[in-house]
Design a protein around this ligand. Structure first.
Ligand code: MG
Length: 216
């Protein structure tokens, strides 16, 4: 059996999800508060699922599909994410993984549905900017580019000049694993919460880890 460490070591590049593997983006400024703040920008009666959702991305997608000033909602989400990352707890082992990969010469691109601005702010504030080769993340309200679509992964691979098939995507959501498959990359699931191992397994990742340190 191939271990997560072997998969990473035999890859030309690592595509690393941000929220989960690097930090808990909404660990200090809760996602349901962000979702509530975005909802104030929407007019009319909202479907119950959107009205009750704790996930800011549900609100963004609703704004996009209904044409309710999607660009303004996306910009506001970017501002709130950028504030959230100043309070975001770092994931145990993430900095060490980035250190080891940098020493091994395996380039890392952060591939995230969060905004480029928020990801870059976090990396800068935490002294990690020089450990990653780039950031392939949300830059607009074009939600079709977000995971589980492969766009951001393919953009990262192209940026590195590496075939997607030589990359491994590491993330804590089934959307990371689905995006990896669609991009032709390997996927490693990070089961950082109770119940995630089973959910991730159903999407057939190449491997599953429970601690970031298992990667190096
Ligand atoms: Mg994640």
């Amino acid at each position: 059996m191939t271990t997560p460490r072997q998969i990473v070591a035999s890859s030309s590049a690592v595509l690393l999800d941000f929220d989960g593997p690097v930090c808990a983006v909404f660990g200090g400024f809760p996602d349901h508060q962000v979702a509530a703040e975005l909802r104030t920008m929407l007019d009319g009666v909202l479907p119950e699922a959107i009205d009750r959702s704790r996930d800011p991305f549900d609100v963004l997608k609703y704004a996009v599909t209904t044409g309710s000033q999607p660009n303004a909602v996306e910009r506001r989400l970017t501002e709130l994410e950028t504030r959230a990352v100043t309070l975001a707890p770092a994931t145990t082992g993430a900095a060490e993984v980035l250190d080891v990969l940098a020493r091994q010469g395996i380039p890392v691109v952060i591939v995230s549905n969060n905004s480029v601005a928020a990801v870059e702010a976090y990396l800068r504030e935490n002294g990690l900017a020089d450990k990653v080769a780039g950031v392939s993340a949300r830059e607009s309200a074009d939600v079709e580019r977000l995971k589980p679509q492969p766009y951001l992964l393919l953009q990262a691979a192209e940026f590195l000049g590496v075939p997607p098939g030589e990359c491994v995507m590491i993330g804590d959501s089934v959307t990371d694993i689905d995006a990896a498959r669609q991009a032709g990359a390997k996927g490693i699931g990070y089961a950082n919460k109770q119940g995630k191992r089973v959910r991730l397994m159903r999407h057939q990742p190449a491997a599953i880890i429970e601690r970031m340190s298992e990667l190096v």
